[in-house]
Design a protein around this ligand. Structure first.
Ligand code: UT7
Length: 323
């Protein structure tokens, strides 16, 4: 059977780093509060010349180089983002143009923090249907542009960045020993749409708007939703937490990561944690964490890796793959 196999990975972060202490005097907060409640120590913030498209392009170029490929080898770009350069056209098309790619097709996916998990699942379906052979899957965000910098309950939590994977069609036996994407589950429930949202948009206010979140409410639902969708993915693949080599969760809050891993029986040392370095980068957080864990030698060819995310909508999902 056809499997979607990871051939390359890459990332890109804005030049400017903002430490927790940099918020002191801006809003009523402290390094101690932010670090204790979230695990965040710093985040990267885009400068005027850095956008979702430029960061996405840079991450894509690193992933292509890692794969030993060029844009000519790619036939689809799926970009997960909630902070596009423009309302339209899709920022994926802008990245396509920046890469000098004038064949194939490109589109954006919007599932907020779950965007990358949705995009990987979508790319896998295009590959397995035969409609695409090599797909660039990118998560790129500039949440700094939609934050209310006077709201201490949200502005300290998010950061900017991008990560990318090259997925390629390969042959598998149809067992979980195969390399590539092995199982996936996606969920959403719009009943929660007002717990994490942006208070503007083209069809309502005609403005971009700012991020609003009932943090405690999101936290309350997060662990249960994450563990349910992961258990569904384990059941699909016929595995247990012990079979996993690496757990690469969405990086919103270290306490959510720890609580989910504990509830699932995933050993603490198998969790890849980068929220301390990047903050919550929404759809970019999972590929950024993957890049870090591949670069430092933790994730190796043949390892069983679980991706997971939960965010606005609510949306949530998990992907199991063998690297
Ligand atoms: O990526 C999409 C998914 N998003 C998430 O998963 C985020 C989920 N939520 C969270 O991570 C946490 O709920 C937060 C980090 C947002 C907040 O942590 P918490 O432990 O739930 O704190 P809280 O909202 O219950 O607030 C505790 C106190 C409040 O004061 P009172 O009402 O107890 O007097 C807040 O006003 O902390 C206050 N507070 C702050 N204090 C200092 C809120 N923000 C800050 C701040 N600095 N930046």
């Amino acid at each position: 059977m056809i499997r979607s196999i990871v051939r390359g990975v890459g990332s890109s972060l804005p030049r400017r780093i903002m430490k927790n202490a940099d918020f002191e005097g801006v809003v009523e907060t402290s390094d101690e509060w932010i670090a204790q409640r979230t695990g965040i120590r710093q985040r990267h913030i885009a400068s005027d010349d850095e956008t979702t498209a430029s960061l996405g392009e840079a991450a894509a170029r690193v992933a292509l180089a890692d794969a030993g490929l060029t844009p000519a080898d790619i036939d689809l770009i799926v970009l997960a983002t909630s902070t596009p350069n423009n309302t339209f056209p899709a920022t994926a098309v802008e990245i396509q143009n920046r890469l000098g790619m004038h064949h194939g097709f490109a589109f954006d996916m919007q599932a907020v923090c779950s965007g990358f998990v949705y995009a990987v699942t979508t790319a896998d379906l295009y590959i397995r249907s035969g409609m695409a052979k090599r797909v660039l899957v990118i998560g790129s965000e500039t949440f700094s542009r939609i934050l209310d910098w006077n709201d201490r309950s949200t502005c300290v939590l998010f950061g900017d960045g991008a990560g990318a994977l090259v997925l390629e069609a390969g042959e598998g036996e149809g067992t979980i020993a195969d390399r590539g994407i092995l199982a996936a589950s996606l969920r959403s429930d719009g009943v929660h749409k007002d717990k994490l949202y942006v208070d503007g948009g083209p069809s309502t206010t005609g403005t971009v708007g700012h991020l609003r979140m009932e943090g405690r409410e999101v936290f309350k639902h997060a662990v249960g939703m994450i563990t349910d969708v992961i258990e569904a993915t384990f059941a699909q693949a016929g595995i247990t937490a012990e079979d996993l080599d690496w757990f690469v969760p969405h990086q919103a809050n270290k306490r959510i990561i720890d609580a989910s891993a504990k509830k699932l029986g995933i050993a603490e040392e198998k969790a890849v944690v980068t929220v301390n370095l990047h903050g919550n980068t929404s759809a970019a957080s999972v590929p950024l964490a993957l890049s870090v864990a591949v670069a430092d030698g933790r994730i190796k060819k043949g390892d069983l890796v679980l991706l997971e995310a939960m965010g606005g909508g609510f949306t949530w999902g998990a992907v199991l793959l063998r690297w």
